[in-house]
Write a protein that binds this ligand. Structure first.
Ligand code: NZQ
Ligand code: ZN
Length: 392
């Protein structure tokens, strides 16, 4: 077991109608002039944005608005947001939406507080020294960005998708009303459940420092999301299932399911980020399409963990060799993806890269991780290419 820092400063306000608390939360954290940042319009159509601005108006809190954060959010809009915040003397950002609006808000927050080009942080050229404070009203359970230290942005030029992590960007508060997620298309609900499970699995499939308590939390979280994803596939308006998944989404990425280990594997995410940057696929679907190929490539180097996953999460029977049990676990996970209509390869994801494109993705991925990365198994560029090829 390794020592660790566990830092989750976000105040979570969870339950029905919690968005009505937005003005008092903004005041509690010192916001006087807001940027309200949102995505492509779902919050306009659902009426949420109007409810939020009505509440802020009634409390006398002024704000400017910037919508348009797309899935795999773009750097161009981040620059626009930075200029707007500076011009309007914004001192607090309120992200209303999913991971894309939140990540874009975090990047804007970095750009307002730090001099120079904000992309430098995502390009690993330098480190941020602060971020404008931000709060979140979450509308999709998926990335955990509402409590996480990370932000993922795509630079349009060269379609480079990169993440940057620091504690500065952790939201001050996260309003989570599970009812707000009931307007999601089924596909996005399934993508979200996949991402939540993957955040836990990235931390679970490691070769270093695992703790019993962390494993118990992780396995419980995985079983809960699996069960409730199946419920939501049949009954999308089930409040309790929405609530289970929503809270799991935050716990899956606020660090608690990684305490004591070596930091996690994260290669499925890195491989997916290249797909997201290049083909603009939904993040969760991209993860599902890659995971099986990654798992089959690495499982022999992380066999005890794959066996444990098969037995404790996927309910595989304890029969046969460790390898057979591990493989049954991988197959069971892929069956689960199919049941919730997630892809298990690139073809099902709807992309068909040429060999040249696969080579480019592997190259960019290797550059993005500084040459090689992974804990279940350390992967270099050649291994990344092999996994991309296997996922065709
Ligand atoms: O843009 P709008 O119109 O709001 O529509 C969104 C979008 O089309 C829609 N949606 C969201 N809430 C809705 C809704 N539609 C109807 N009703 C609602 N209540 O769903 C679509 C997806 O939204 P998005 O915010 O893109 O989804 P998600 O939360 O999955 O975020 C994905 C982005 O986050 C990054 C991903 O790479 C991707 O760019 N990630 C961020 C992480 C982090 N910051 O910690 C970690 C993750 O691993 C991930 O990389
Ligand atoms: Zn993710």
């Amino acid at each position: 077991m390794f020592g660790f820092n566990y830092y989750t400063p976000t105040k979570v306000v969870f339950g029905k109608n919690t968005e009505s608390k937005v003005a008092e939360l903004v005041k509690e954290f010192g916001g006087t002039k807001l940027l309200i940042h949102y995505g492509g319009g779902s919050v306009v159509r659902s009426g949420l944005l109007k409810r939020v601005t009505d509440t802020l108006d009634a409390a006398g809190i002024s704000y400017v608005m910037l919508g348009g954060a797309v899935p795999n959010p773009h750097l161009g809009l981040v620059y626009e947001g930075i200029d707007l915040c500076k011009k309007e003397n914004v001192d607090f950002i309120l992200a209303v939406g999913g991971g894309s609006a939140i990540d874009s808000a975090k990047a804007i927050g970095y750009g307002v507080v730090n001099e120079g080009d904000v992309w430098d942080f995502y390009d690993y050229k330098r480190k941020a020294t602060g971020c404008l404070p931000l709060g979140v009203i979450l509308t999709i359970a998926a990335t955990g960005s509402e409590m996480s230290d990370s932000s993922v942005i795509t630079k349009e030029e060269g379609l480079v998708k990169r993440g940057y992590s620091s504690n500065y960007c952790r939201p001050k508060f996260a309003i989570m009303n599970p009812e707000l997620t009931m307007t999601l298309p089924d596909y996005q609900t399934a993508c979200g459940c996949t991402d939540i499970m993957m955040h836990t699995m990235e931390r679970y499939f490691t070769n270093g420092g695992n703790m019993e308590i962390t494993d118990a939390l992780a396995e419980g979280l995985l079983r809960t999301v699996k069960k409730n994803a199946l419920i939501l596939a049949e009954d999308p308006n089930n409040y309790d299932a929405r609530a289970e998944v929503m809270w799991a989404g935050s716990l899956a990425h606020n660090g608690i399911t990684g305490c004591g280990n070596d930091g996690g594997d994260w290669m499925t995410h890195k491989l997916e980020h290249e797909l997201g940057g290049l083909y603009d696929v939904a993040h969760g679907a991209g993860l599902a399409a890659i995971w099986g190929s990654w798992a089959r490539y690495v499982y022999k180097d992380c066999l005890p963990r794959f066996k444990k996953f098969a037995l404790n999460v996927m309910d595989v029977r304890d029969e046969g060799t460790d390898e057979e049990i591990a493989l049954c676990g991988i197959e069971a996970m892929e069956d689960f993806y199919r049941t919730i209509k997630m892809p298990t390869n690139l073809r099902e994801l709807g992309v068909n890269p040429t060999e040249e494109e696969l080579v480019t993705m592997a190259k960019k991925c290797a550059i993005g991780v500084g040459g090689e990365m992974g804990s279940a198994k350390v992967l270099n560029e050649e291994a990344m290419l092999a996994i991309y090829r296997a996922s065709m």
